[in-house]
Design a protein around this ligand. Structure first.
Ligand code: GDD
Ligand code: MN
Length: 374
């Protein structure tokens, strides 16, 4: 009995050609229109669209689920307790299985009619990555106001000069990439911030064949932009990380800077409490420390951990935990300083060793307990 069973392939199911990834935060009024436009633009191709929503308060994810119930080409990833454009795009692309993945904004500022052209460039083997560019012949950025246009121009210049990126529009949020190439680079990408394209190109260090095609960056359909002036910090962080091959983390630098500001707050408060209120030194010192810790907490919540900002009741809990972490940090600081001074009685060396111990401890423990990832 040597009968061979040949499995017949399933009824000609067209293989998936393209996954379109759409990061969303508060875009409930835009997602349906975008889906309809994708249907028109991608007619004749086999595709899917993956919305990656960071638990939008306006329930965008719920609208997407409604679309998905009617059309199996629509998928929805709802992320809870996380924020970030880059992280959302990475997660969406990794959740896809088509050979090519595109990233496009939900607000219709990008031009979805370019997608078939982008796909044919990748399919034809002409490139690994196709970028929708505003800054080459035929492209434009009319959707920007003066400030945004200026900021975009500066960031683009910095990216080119500092990171040696060669393309005209590395800040674009509209691109398509071969998924196998993306998968190779994904472990080194930063999930923080919003500059995923720049990150991809900088991380690839020239090992990615990039092609740019022009498009016009239009105006937002509904809702408002999620990018505020703080994105400058994210950008700086990415440049720093790429320059130092991920050795320097912007978060730690911010945390240490906030700590130094705390030192100034401490001295100012100490002076005021002693001179103006006439408190005894131990009392004044204790209140000054409390002031410094509180201002450090507020600044860290606002800057260092802006993507995980504590709100409402979580602030009280976080503040109390932060006091606790810093108190133990102070003990560690003094302990290390004493033992260094014991061996080498050089005051500044012992002081610096203690301070370093304190800030590293506070940073590590704050990340674990106060602003921990849910
Ligand atoms: N999941 C998720 N999480 N999506 C987000 C987040 C987030 O934290 N922040 C923004 N988005 C989504 C928005 O809902 C939108 O679909 C898309 O990402 C772009 O966000 P916008 O708020 O519309 O950004 P923009 O128009 O100011 O900036 C765009 O153009 C820039 C060009 O300079 C983006 O494409 C930028 O990436 C791009 O650099
Ligand atoms: Mn937009």
């Amino acid at each position: 009995m040597n009968e061979t069973i040949t499995e017949s392939p399933p009824e000609a199911v067209a293989t998936l050609q393209l996954s379109v990834v759409v990061p969303t935060f508060n875009e409930r009024d835009n997602v349906t229109t975008l889906f309809r436009r994708l249907e028109t633009a991608l007619a004749g191709l086999t595709w899917e669209v993956i919305f990656v929503d960071d638990n939008s308060p306006d329930l965008t994810w719920d609208v997407v689920r409604g679309l998905a119930r009617q059309d199996s080409r629509v998928r929805c990833i709802r992320r809870i307790g996380r924020r970030g454009l880059s992280g959302a795009c990475i997660e969406g692309i990794l959740a896809s299985s088509a050979p090519c993945a595109a990233v496009i904004d939900a607000d219709l500022q990008h031009d979805e009619t370019q997608l078939p052209k982008m796909l044919s460039l990748l399919d034809g083997g002409a490139a690994d990555l196709v970028v929708g560019s505003r800054y080459i012949e035929g492209g434009s950025a009319d959707g920007f106001n003066k400030q945004r246009a200026g900021a975009s121009a500066i960031a683009t210049e910095v990216a080119k000069r500092v990171l040696g990126v060669r393309i005209a529009d590395p800040m674009s949020g509209f691109f398509m990439i071969r998924r196998d190439r993306f998968e190779e680079l994904a472990p080194q990408l930063s999930t923080q911030g919003f500059k995923i394209l720049l990150d991809l190109i900088a991380t690839a260090r020239g090992n990615l064949r990039v092609k740019e095609i022009p498009y016009s960056f239009g105006s937002r359909l509904h809702g408002e932009s999620k990018l505020d002036s703080m994105v400058a910090l994210d950008f700086l962080g990415l440049v720093l990380a790429k320059l130092t091959r991920d050795v320097v983390s912007l978060r730690f630098l911010l945390f240490a800077t906030v700590g130094s500001i705390g030192l100034l707050v401490h001295f100012a408060a100490l002076y005021a409490l002693l001179e103006a209120l006439g408190l005894s030194f131990p009392q004044a010192q204790a209140y000054a420390a409390l002031c410094a810790m509180s201002s450090n907490f507020v600044l860290n919540n606002f800057l260092t951990y802006r993507d995980q900002r504590l709100k409402r009741f979580a602030i009280v809990r976080g503040l109390l935990l932060f006091y606790l972490v810093c108190s133990v940090g102070l003990l560690a600081n003094v302990g290390v300083a004493f033992s260094v001074y014991d061996k080498q009685p050089i005051w500044w060396l012992a002081g610096a060793a203690g301070a370093l111990m304190g800030v590293v401890w506070n940073y590590a423990m704050s990340g674990l307990f106060v602003w921990r990832k849910r």
